[in-house]
Design a protein around this ligand. Structure first.
Ligand code: SF4
Ligand code: ZN
Length: 311
């Protein structure tokens, strides 16, 4: 193959193994913006003029999402507001919050920055210091609280569409976690482009759900987007990390296998009928759930108990 960009004959900087394309920096970046646009269109993620709350953690995915939503914006197509949730992880989250603030200043986007302490009355560090049961991994406590935190912040500013930077690899890891934990129902519910259902007031969209994680990272480098370089100190507690390696190894020997796995996930979510589970309304937060309190409200209450018993 000629060593020129497949699209413009310029100097290639990236070889896309699953498609065989060689791309120059500009064509690579345009292809990522185009992919995100296609995903949004295909899944009818946005309505004209909609206000979108973008979850901006300060990591590469969320900062690239903000950058791309700004770049692909046509006149008054949508309005953006950024939400950052500070869990209170000492010597880690501070840098990310700083990067999120700077990015919002650069793009002149309204920024809402809220902490676990403001939202729930404790920091993640407080909870973890007092944790005595190893079954509750850091991420199993942090994840639901972060999701609830973004929802509470969005509610506060009156926005009901939440966009997050979850990429294809994130989606596949979640799919496999649910598969390995025997929870096909959760896969069925995990439609990433869902409209608000009865009992759910937010529409959650994931414009990067069809883009490889390494391509988002490469986009960030090519576009000089500063993002947090260090990993969360609790990252290795999560099975996600092991699954990331498994899927990446498979992809190395079988380029494109991530798309096949994604297709399986989509088929399960869209085409396979499961015997409906009875849903109840969580008496604490009002969301539909298989139990009341729902799992998020249980995590909040557990965290409150842990922090109170030791304060
Ligand atoms: Fe929270 Fe786990 Fe993510 Fe760290 S890796 S920010 S603990 S969900
Ligand atoms: Zn609840």
């Amino acid at each position: 193959m000629d060593n020129v960009c497949t699209k413009c004959s310029g100097n290639p900087v990236y070889f896309r193994r699953y498609s065989g394309e060689r791309l120059c920096s500009e064509c690579f970046s345009s292809s990522i913006i185009e992919k995100a646009r296609k995903t949004i269109k295909k899944h009818k993620m946005l309505k004209y003029g909609e206000k979108i709350a973008v979850g901006v953690s300060g990591g590469k995915d969320s900062l690239a999402l903000l950058d791309i939503l700004i770049k692909m914006q046509r006149e008054n197509e949508y309005e953006l507001v950024a939400i950052t949730i500070d869990e209170g992880i000492k010597n880690y989250r501070e840098e990310a919050v700083e990067l999120a603030i700077k990015a919002c200043e650069k793009y002149d986007v309204e920024h809402v920055n809220m902490s676990f302490r403001e939202l729930f009355g404790f920091t993640l560090d407080n909870v973890l210091e007092n944790r005595n049961d190893v079954k509750n991994t850091s991420c199993s406590i942090c994840g639901p609280l972060r999701r609830r935190g973004i929802e509470l912040a969005a509610k506060k500013i009156g926005v009901n569409t939440i966009a997050t930077g979850h990429n294809l690899d994130d989606m596949l890891q979640t799919f496999m976690i649910n598969l390995l934990s025997g929870d096909v129902y959760r896969i069925k519910q995990s439609k990433p482009y869902s409209m608000p259902k009865e009992g759910f007031e937010f529409k959650k969209i994931k414009p990067f759900m069809e883009i490889y994680e390494n391509e988002i990272a490469f986009y960030s480098f090519q576009n000089n987007l500063p993002f947090q370089s260090t990993d969360c100190p609790h990252m290795n507690e999560n099975i996600r990390n092991e699954l990331r390696d498994v899927v990446n190894n498979l992809e190395k020997n079988h380029p494109g296998i991530k798309f096949s796995l994604m297709k399986s996930m989509e088929d399960i979510t869209e085409n396979i009928e499961l015997k409906p589970k009875k849903l109840v309304t969580c008496l604490v937060c009002g969301n539909s759930s298989s139990s009341s309190p729902c799992s998020v409200c249980k995590t909040i209450s557990l965290s409150e108990k842990l922090t109170k018993s030791n304060s």
